[in-house]
Design a protein around this ligand. Structure first.
Ligand code: MF3
Ligand code: CO
Ligand code: CO
Length: 269
């Protein structure tokens, strides 16, 4: 559908209107509510395909649409990225083991608006090293979000994330980034999770985008497997990711994908 309202910045970023926040709020809420329902399913012995089946069925029960089924040939209602998988893990027969950590990423379309969010889960007992990785990744995302306000730049967001992650001797993945979204899944800008203060496009009220840092315990390099989707750490170190969709407000930002049940972090709720 051609958009007729709003404007586009010099950097190609769409500025949405006040009324559009309601659409994103609902799409984000639905995506986050589905991720809330995933939490009790995750346990040793469960396959990632079973988790994806549940998500597909729940999307149907809610009468909304999966944004990933059919997207560039992708066939699943979620991406499930276990241990050293960085992102875009394909659900399948893999059985979760005790201490595995996984990111589940869901995007739904509700009344034409895209709700995109991901978070970490743990099967069984959480090893201390993995707990630290998850904690730093989550805090990195929240520090990036804290930098979202009109007049700041996208480089300020990246710097907030990178400086925190590297101070904790972990690394930020460079090969994947966040993105604008709204009535489309992926739009300008590329939201980098690293950068220098004051660089990049200036944030304006009405911009909608995701922040979704991937953090590795080892080196930042990744490679994509022969299935053309699964991205893994080259050094096989553990990787974690959290993703929120946000909208820039007059004074800061609104997070569209907050957990209705307060379960966003795996050791909460
Ligand atoms: N949800 C992912 C993102 O955060 C995109 C997944 S595309 C898929 O942008 F095709 F792999 F599902
Ligand atoms: Co995204
Ligand atoms: Co996503």
């Amino acid at each position: 559908m051609e958009e007729t309202r709003g404007r586009i910045t010099r950097d190609g970023i769409r500025i949405y209107e006040d009324a559009d926040f309601a659409g994103m709020r609902e799409a984000g809420r639905v995506a986050a509510a589905i991720l809330d329902m995933v939490a009790p399913l995750v346990a040793p012995g469960v396959t990632t395909a079973a988790i994806d089946d549940f998500i597909r069925e729940e999307i149907g029960r809610r009468g909304v649409v999966s944004a990933t089924i059919g997207y560039k040939g992708y066939k699943h209602a979620s991406c499930i990225s276990v241990n050293h998988v960085v992102c875009h893990g394909i659900p399948g027969p893999k059985i979760l083991g005790d201490g595995d950590i996984l990111n589940v990423d869901v995007t739904v379309i509700v009344d034409g608006w895209f709700g995109d969010t991901s978070r970490m889960y743990v099967a069984g007992a959480l090893p201390r090293k993995s707990e630290r990785l998850i904690e730093v990744t989550h805090e990195g995302l929240m520090r990036g979000i804290a930098a979202v306000k009109p007049g700041n730049t996208f480089g300020d967001i990246g710097f907030a994330i990178q400086s925190f992650v590297e101070a904790n001797r972990m690394s930020v993945v460079r090969d994947f980034c966040g993105h604008g979204l709204g009535r489309v899944f992926h739009a300008p800008p590329n939201v980098l999770h690293y950068g220098r203060p004051g660089t990049g496009p200036v944030l304006e009220e009405g911009m909608f985008f995701t922040i979704e840092p991937m953090v590795n315990l080892g080196r930042p390099e990744t490679k994509v497997l022969s299935d053309d989707w699964t991205a893994v750490t080259r050094d096989k170190s553990l990787s974690a990711q959290f993703e929120h969709a946000v909208g820039v407000t007059a004074t800061g930002c609104e997070i569209f994908t907050l957990s209705p049940a307060g379960k966003f972090h795996p050791t909460w709720g």
